[in-house]
Design a protein around this ligand. Structure first.
Ligand code: NAD
Length: 243
């Protein structure tokens, strides 16, 4: 491992459902592999959507409506504050489909080197099944929602389901290869390719840190672990980081 005493220029932060948990957004695998009472095969796979589009659309309609009842917490705000003051590169990659990072960054405008990627898509976007066009979507979606972009198209949630390719992987891998600090926050490390980011960052010689309620199954891959609720651990960790 090299470069840990060198000044930090490039930061990559990966967040998962744990960062939104204290805002009131339920996590996913925490208990028994169910997502809000549903098996993931039912609501988060292309096969589930093909088998029962009404159930899948209803599931995401509920998740989308729930966004109106939650707010960014101190961990989202701490990352937005870091993005505002950080003069180097800062890529924030979230596996979350909620918009809590977006809202935190809207309140605290980030610096020029900042970028946010939703690698698993966004609840507030919809995609045409035929043309692939992505558009903002704030209301409910019908089971057979017609697409304004293609005569035979249907609109589906812009969510990366299991078995589909995560978004912007080339951009993410390039940032990991160039970063000095990689921090993984509130993710179980069970879902690839995100679970493999720590190895790419280590390969680049970056300092690697896991922030979680408890050590995850991949904890030994990180140089350091900071354990506690995200609303406390995240602000404390980044407060001490020198710009
Ligand atoms: P996960 O549910 O598998 O794991 C959550 C992790 O967060 C666990 O390791 C847990 O220990 C930790 N955690 C829980 N509460 C915490 C807290 N208060 N502070 C710090 N850590 C805490 O989540 P994942 O790894 O992100 O994978 C789930 C997948 O499901 C994601 O890919 C995502 O697309 C989807 N999902 C998204 C949301 C969302 O948008 N908020 C919610 C549920 C699921």
């Amino acid at each position: 491992m090299t470069g840990h005493a060198e000044p930090i220029h490039g930061i990559v932060v990966l967040t998962g459902a744990g960062i939104s948990a204290e805002s009131g957004v339920p996590t996913f695998r925490a208990s028994d592999g169910l997502w809000c009472g549903h098996r993931v095969e039912e609501v988060a796979t292309p096969e589930g959507y093909a088998a029962n589009p009404a159930l899948v659309q209803d599931f995401y309609n509920q998740r989308r409506r729930q966004l109106a009842e939650v707010r960014p917490n101190a961990a989202h705000v701490a990352l937005a504050e870091l993005a505002a003051r950080w003069e180097g590169d800062f890529l924030l990659v979230t596996q979350n489909v909620d918009d809590l990072h977006d809202r935190a960054h809207a309140e605290i405008p980030p610096g020029a080197g900042f970028e946010l990627i939703h690698m698993h898509g966004e609840l507030l976007k919809a995609r045409c099944t035929r043309s692939g066009v992505v558009m903002d979507w704030f209301g409910d979606m019908a089971a057979d929602e017609a697409s304004p972009h293609h005569p035979q198209g249907r609109m589906r949630p812009h969510i990366v389901w299991f078995g589909e390719m995560p978004l912007a992987m080339e951009r993410i891998e390039a940032a990991l290869a160039a970063c000095d600090l990689f921090v993984s926050i509130g993710t179980s490390g069970a879902v690839y390719p995100a679970a493999g980011f720590v190895q790419l960052a280590r390969y680049a010689g970056a300092r690697t840190v896991e922030i979680n309620l408890e050590p995850t199954q991949g904890a030994r891959l990180f140089d350091e672990g900071v354990y506690g609720p995200a609303t406390e651990a995240v602000p404390a960790f980044f407060r001490d980081l020198q710009t």
